[in-house]
Design a protein around this ligand. Sequence first.
Ligand code: IMP
Length: 234
Amino acid sequence: MPRLRKEEGTHELIDFYFATGNEHKLEEAKAALSPHKINVIKLDGAEKLEIQHTNLEEIARAALSLIVTKTGDKLVFVEDSGLFVHELNGFPGPYSSFVFETIGTEGILKLMKDAKNRKAEFRSSVSLGTKGMILGTFSSVTEGMLTAEAKGENGFGFDPIFVPMWTNKTFGQMQLKEKTVYSHRAKALLKTALWYLDASKNKTLQENAIHVTSQSQAKERNVAARKASKKSSC
Ligand code: IMP
């Protein structure tokens, strides 16, 4: 199952296929995992399908379950993320992508105009699988503050209005290497990679695997997850 490649005589590289349409996320994943000898490759033709759910891990698992039945023995992962603003009770959270496309950073800054509490956090969940199985899902958080105005041209999404803890720069003012030090995504990916390396060494990769043998089973699983989410939010 693991794809190990010998390169330059000494390095063993493992290929992880990333199902994403977001080139920024792809570059961030490459930067986060290449020091750990993991080669991130964009999975062609698999745009991420997103279900509505309040839990990022469930969204990532649902998206992955629709992919792992079609990708053979490739190691594939999906990442879901969002910005959670404390003053707004966690909004936009799982709706971050839609909120960014509609009201954007300016819209969030307007909602936060008179807010005293500017604490916010980025969350990321990564789900990894292969051969019709979801092997594991790992999450991370980066806490920080929202700025009063957008700063910096780098990155994507809400990067220009978020200053991670222990710095005074927005993600938008950081180069990729610096963002990787603080990023929720880099941390979730690192957890995933370290778990994978450990579990593959100990032959425990499938210990908690969720089996998704067909597309219809994946869809059924997602409908059930959505129903459970609606019940718990009632
Ligand atoms: P999704 O994970 O594709 O659902 O997208 C989540 C949305 O959250 C993105 O479209 C961005 O607007 C926002 N977001 C997630 N991670 C980041 C980040 O690292 N920087 C800036 N915005 C982010």
